[in-house]
Design a protein. Structure first.
Length: 281
């Protein structure tokens, strides 16, 4: 098994501790709470679908990644940077707070938070199917049952599994697996597209409607600058805090509209007595 150490110079505010706390409460792909400062995770490297393990520590403005696995660890490192939002230039993120006092308060309450996404658009798409017409807790239990040693199955494995699930979920999960194998859910490709176009492209996959497609692009590919148009809880929080429509207030959040939306979802969970992290629905 190969080992690889890489350092990422993170541009703009970032706190591993705040981000880790967010992810530990992110029900769709929650990290187990661990002692110590490092964020540790095991995931499938997109495209190769081989397991890789990473331990992430922070040294000032530098993220230190210690990776191991049998696949391409440079690909794995790029994926870690993407799902931890370390690849985004966040130097202008404080300017959003200067324009919007609600976001400024969120930044102060959640210092250095960067939205942690799913490991890949494929896993986000699979979650969107599992969570249809069921509770978050039940969907997480099914996901855990399908996983091996905490890692969700590769697309080729998922496609061949005997899925004893309700309704059309087996059909939709196989469609997601096929789309991943065909490259239709590739994170680099989706991030290179305008978010609206990427959302439309993802909706071509059977079983993925507008809400699911937004989840795949905004939290699976972790695109930093898009407005979730189908997330009722976010719209409610914006109405509560601003008294104005989401489409109007979100203009001030560019080019970090996803980040701002995630911050508001976290604040909503806290305000209503929930956990740290905004959920996947």
């Amino acid at each position: 098994m190969a080992h690889h150490r890489i350092e990422i110079a993170v541009q703009g505010p970032w706190s591993l501790a705040t981000s880790r706390l967010f992810w530990e409460g992110f029900t769709p792909s929650a990290l187990p709470a661990r002692e110590g400062e490092a964020l540790q995770s095991t995931f499938l490297v997109e495209g190769e679908w081989r397991r890789a393990a990473v331990s992430v520590t922070q040294r000032g403005a530098t993220a230190v990644l210690s990776l191991s696995g049998s696949g391409d660890l440079d690909l794995a490192a790029a994926q870690v940077g993407r799902f931890l939002a370390l690849d985004v230039d966040g130097r202008a993120w404080p300017d959003v707070g200067a324009r919007d006092p609600v976001i400024a308060a969120a930044q102060a309450e959640l210092p250095g938070l960067r939205p942690c996404g799913f490991y890949s658009p494929y896993e986000a798409a699979a979650w969107s199917v599992l969570s249809q017409r069921t509770s978050m807790v039940q969907a997480a239990q099914v996901r855990a049952r399908l996983s091996v040693d905490g890692v969700f199955p590769a697309p080729a494995v998922l496609r061949s599994m005997d899925l004893d699930l309700a309704g059309r979920k087996p059909e939709y999960l196989r469609a997601v697996a096929e789309a991943a194998l065909d490259g239709l859910l590739d994170a680099v490709t989706l991030r290179a597209m305008k978010p609206a176009a990427a959302v439309l492209a993802v909706q071509q996959v059977k079983g993925l409607g507008p809400f699911a497609a937004e989840l795949v692009v905004l939290r699976g590919a972790n695109a930093p600058d898009a407005v979730p148009h189908n997330e009722a809880r976010l719209a409610d929080e914006v109405a509560h805090r601003y008294g104005r429509p989401l489409a109007e207030v979100s203009e001030a959040w560019r080019p970090y509209r996803t980040w701002a939306a995630v911050h508001l979802r976290v604040l909503r969970e806290r305000r209503l007595g929930g956990v740290m992290a905004a959920s996947g629905r």
